[in-house]
Design a protein around this ligand. Structure first.
Ligand SMILES: Cc1cc2nc3c(=O)[nH]c(=O)nc-3n(C[C@H](O)[C@H](O)[C@H](O)COP(=O)(O)OP(=O)(O)OC[C@H]3O[C@@H](n4cnc5c(N)ncnc54)[C@H](O)[C@@H]3O)c2cc1C
Length: 335
């Protein structure tokens, strides 16, 4: 069997590894439009917050892939600050480029074939038995086929070096009334680097750049801005998950958490499931398995946005409850 994977990001690499682990005889090719994996623009997002559960140890980052272990969140809502302690070792700030490079090395060791500088312009050029679309958001394959891209939000972020607000073990979230949040995350401790960003759910009508500048002034955040990034964040599952012999994974199919914007774990898990079920000749189970894994998380997220829009105000206790429910809903074993 031959499988073509479009995209060498987290989801593409996870699916490549999974295919080979479940059936080493499958010919797997990853097509990546950049000339390197990991150390390219797409491999370098600002935030990189990554939470894992006990059953997901398969994707535990190693020392080099971790900037910081996070012990608590501070949730700031208006005048109120809620401290949420986390059990140590479950939440990290990743050195994402390093993390992706390690996955690529693992895939290569398993015999995955890599085609770099290879932007797939049309799936008609691929003749394999299965295609895995791991091209991110918006999905290039869905665009070609005229399939819906689903609900998206926006994000805009600065990485700031030598900052006065670097706290190594704490992530801060400032919840907004407009439906979204700002954050301050600690990045490279050697540089006292922080990520400061804004994310808005479900609406792209806000201009995020001036909002972030205003936030930085209000919070008196100083330091040298050395990296800026922004982009689309798909919110929740982006149907369809499968179309003929094409499976959509990561941002192209599973999207990020509706409230949290966290997509790293979803990219890794969906890639793993896609690879496993293709290898077992039961790709038709992929949609069902993904829904089982993420439907509850998405339902909680979408309900939160609807309630918030309806009440047009933020209730700190409701947010904590949602965060807890989402966390519980995710505590599942990966199929
Ligand atoms: C600015 C920003 C910050 C984020 N911060 C966080 C965070 O802190 N925590 C978290 O959990 N999630 C975060 N997310 C979400 C998370 O990054 C995504 O959910 C995750 O990267 C999805 O992985 P992916 O492999 O599916 O897609 P991507 O990471 O988008 O990778 C897609 C890959 O496909 C390649 N590609 C695209 N088109 C083609 C083509 N036609 N041919 C060949 N190759 C192609 C790209 O070059 C890229 O390597 C953030 C997202 C954004 C936009």
């Amino acid at each position: 069997m031959n499988v073509d994977i479009i995209g060498g990001g987290l989801s593409g690499l996870s699916s490549a590894i999974s295919l080979k682990e479940h059936d080493p005889t499958i010919h797997v090719t990853v097509h990546e439009k950049y000339k390197t994996i990991g150390y390219n623009y797409e491999g370098r997002r600002c935030a990189e917050a990554y939470g894992i559960h006990k059953s997901w140890v398969k994707w535990n980052p190693d020392e080099k892939s971790i900037f910081n272990k996070i012990c608590k969140w501070e949730l700031i809502i208006g005048e109120k600050t809620l401290i949420v302690p986390l059990s140590t070792g479950t939440q990290y700030i990743l050195n994402r480029q390093e993390f992706i490079s390690k996955l690529a090395q693992e895939a290569e060791n398993l015999g995955v074939n890599f085609m770099m500088n290879d932007k797939i312009r049309s799936i008609r050029n691929l003749k394999s038995d299965f295609i895995i679309d791991a091209s991110g958001c918006p999905s290039t394959v869905k665009r070609e086929l005229g399939l819906p891209q689903g609900l998206v939000g926006g994000t805009y972020q600065h990485t700031i070096e030598g900052s006065n607000c670097f706290i190594r073990d704490t992530m801060k979230f400032y919840v907004t009334k407009e439906g979204g949040y700002y954050w301050i995350f600690p990045r490279d401790p050697k540089k006292r680097e922080v990520n400061v960003g804004i994310a808005m759910y479900g609406s792209l009508k806000h201009n995020l750049k001036p909002l972030l500048e205003k936030f930085k002034l209000e919070q008196n955040i100083d330091g040298q801005v050395n990296y800026i990034v922004g982009g689309l964040v798909p919110l929740g599952i982006q149907h369809p998950l499968r179309y003929d012999n094409i499976l959509f994974i990561g941002d192209a199919g599973i999207g990020a958490g509706v409230v949290s914007g966290a997509g790293i774990h979803r990219a890794l898990i969906s890639g793993h499931i896609a690879g496993k079920y293709i290898a077992k000749q039961s790709a038709n189970k992929y949609t069902h398995m993904i829904k089982k894994m993420f439907r509850m998380e998405d339902m909680i997220g979408i309900s939160y946005i609807k309630i918030n829009n309806f009440l047009n105000k933020i209730n700190p206790n409701l947010i904590l409850k949602i965060a807890y429910m989402t966390y519980k809903s995710l505590n599942k074993t990966v199929p």
